[in-house]
Write a protein that binds this ligand. Structure first.
Ligand code: ARG
Length: 565
């Protein structure tokens, strides 16, 4: 039930305006004491040549009170509507009961495809905390879009191209061995890479050797390609463990190397369109018109760049998936890169350039200083997740010694805590990560919301009668705490739509946190299961609906909801 739409249908004929106009005018008063919806009459003053307050009074006399409204009052230029709370609560609970876990989903995306480029890790580099945001924001966006009916294509645009792989081969051949690398995987590769740079400072010829080996990869030399693919395999095997913990799977792992043979046609096209300018042997697309520095497409040694591959990727995705939107979930450090990329696409005449969007996010740092990828000093995401799980397990052992599947629950809660925290604030904000904060069962955290879900589940288990079938006495929910819960339930679908429109999963995180708080306040003030079955049934239905919506909300941000904690 869409109350503002209903009200606009009643107001429009009385005010002599189209329903759409009335709908746009309807506001939600910031002070609920003034009503649940308000219709301001300022804009009608000119048309009727009367004071807004007089119009409000006149209009108020003309309209008939619909069944879902308990009271209509004017306050100055406003007509304020007070919802019939019992009607409202009953209505929203019935809707959630009927739709179950699909409550909040939609079909607005039917027939449309959205590409989500996320996580996009680099081969032979550790999966560090820096990739956490991209990974969890991207995963959540895939779920949100999917929930609203879009077809999503999750793409892990692997960083698997560049001279660094030639250097790594040199280092491996000189100082590495198969056993160590098999055993220590990305860590071993990282050490080799660090070693290469140390040695290259003493011996300049190493750089040249590295370039030569990279050329061999490009030319598909069997030995070079064999080693390169092996590095790739090791990295992906390690990443798979993390993706598994996070419940993530990709539709495509087409990364930079995939575009190796797809760049030339784009370069030719740029030439044909006279967009390419030679500059000291290199080729660039000048972007003065955009107030941006030129975008380099080919280096003076003939090598292509990150941007060249992204251009080829954009065309490939448009052609392959016919996307409605292509999202790039990448740190704000790459703002310039994406501005340039989209500008070049626009200059090439791609009308779909406007459908490409950089979904930027801020930095994650640990309490003990920022993260750095230089000199091998990085914080591995795997270590952070493992530590969160371990700490959670200790808390569970202490608080719920009788819980059956402690390990599994600790995994869901520990990993969920990290994800939840990452999705707690607007993307663009920098985050400082703290274990104590994210695992605080009483704070605005994942464990807190999950705990509320489990608490609802436990209440439902405790009911010793079939509350669904029982006739319900909704007078049991005639209290401000229940109404506050109902309002948050009601706003959930709108929250999901806004999270999608703004590519901001945190809106959902925030909403379910508020819902959990409201539910706990309700629970604190009111007993749920009492002697009166019909009243208990109404309260249990409320708990059941809260459980459903929290579960869906958690799922949308990529987190599980245990039945017991
Ligand atoms: N691999 C890059 C990095 O770690 C991110 C790639 C993002 N996607 C893209 N299409 N450029 O910084």
């Amino acid at each position: 039930m869409d109350y503002s739409a209903e009200l606009s249908r009643i107001l429009a004929p009385a005010a002599g305006i189209p329903a759409e106009e009335a709908l746009l005018a309807i506001e939600i008063p910031s002070d609920p004491g003034l009503g649940d919806y308000a219709f301001p009459c300022f804009r009608l003053a000119a048309r009727y040549r009367k004071a807004p307050a007089a119009i409000a009074a006149e209009l108020c006399g003309k309209i008939q009170k619909p069944p879902f409204v308990s009271d209509i009052k004017t306050a100055g230029a406003y007509i304020n509507f007070f919802l019939d709370k019992r009607y409202y609560i009953q209505n929203i609970l019935a809707e959630i009961q009927e739709r179950g876990e699909s409550f909040g989903s939609g079909a607005q995306g039917a027939g449309l495809t959205v590409c989500v480029d996320y996580s996009s890790i680099n081969i032979a580099k550790p999966f560090h905390m820096g990739h956490l945001s991209s990974t969890v924001i991207g995963n959540s966006l895939c779920r949100i879009y999917g929930f609203l009916g879009y077809k999503t294509v999750g793409i892990n645009h692997l960083g698997d191209w560049g001279t660094q792989f030639g250097k790594l081969i040199v280092a491996y051949k000189r100082w590495g061995n198969k056993e160590d690398v098999e055993k220590d995987s990305v860590n071993a590769l990282l050490s080799l890479y660090v070693k290469f740079h140390e040695e290259a400072e003493k011996d300049e010829s190493l750089e040249e050797e590295g370039r030569a080996w990279f050329k061999k990869i490009e030319d598909a030399d069997p030995e070079a390609l064999g080693l390169f693919n092996w590095f790739k395999e090791l990295t992906l095997r390690e990443a798979a463990v993390i993706y598994d913990m996070l419940g993530i799977r990709f539709d495509s792992y087409d990364g930079e190397s995939f575009y190796n043979d797809k760049m030339q046609p784009v370069i030719d096209e740029l030439k044909k369109k006279n967009l390419l300018v030679e500059s000291e042997g290199a080729y660039v697309v000048p972007l003065d018109g955009y107030g941006l520095p030129p975008c380099m497409i080919v280096k003076s040694d003939g090598a292509t760049l990150y941007a060249t591959r992204d251009l080829a990727a954009a065309f490939y995705r448009k052609k392959t998936y016919g996307f409605h939107k292509c999202l790039y979930v990448v740190a704000y450090q790459q703002n310039l890169h994406f501005k340039q990329l989209f500008a070049v696409l626009e200059l090439m005449g791609c009308d779909w350039a406007k459908d490409c969007e950089h979904v930027a996010f801020g930095m994650v740092s640990l309490e003990d200083g920022t993260l750095s990828t230089r000199k091998g000093k990085v914080v591995f995401l795997k270590d952070v997740l493992d530590k969160a799980v371990e700490k959670t397990l200790a808390i569970i052992r202490e608080k719920s010694p009788d819980l059956e599947n402690k390990e599994e629950t600790a995994r869901t809660v520990g990993v969920g805590a990290v994800v939840f925290d990452t999705l707690s604030a607007a993307r663009i904000k920098d985050i400082t990560f703290s274990f104590d904060r994210v695992l605080d069962f009483d704070g605005e955290t994942g464990p807190y919301v999950q705990y509320t879900h489990a608490r609802c589940a436990s209440l439902l288990r405790r009911a010793d009668f079939d509350f669904e079938a029982e006739e319900k006495d909704f007078s049991a929910l005639d209290n401000p705490e229940a109404f506050a819960v109902a309002k948050l339930l009601y706003s959930f679908p709108e929250t999901v739509r806004r999270a999608c429109e703004k590519n901001e999963p945190y809106l959902i995180t925030k909403r379910i946190t508020e819902l959990a708080k409201a539910m706990n306040k309700y629970y604190y003030e009111h007993r749920i299961i009492t002697e009166d079955r019909r009243k208990s049934a109404a309260r249990l239905l409320l708990a059941r609906c809260v459980k459903t919506v929290i579960k869906t909300g958690l799922w949308l941000i990529g987190i599980g909801a245990p039945e017991r904690m």
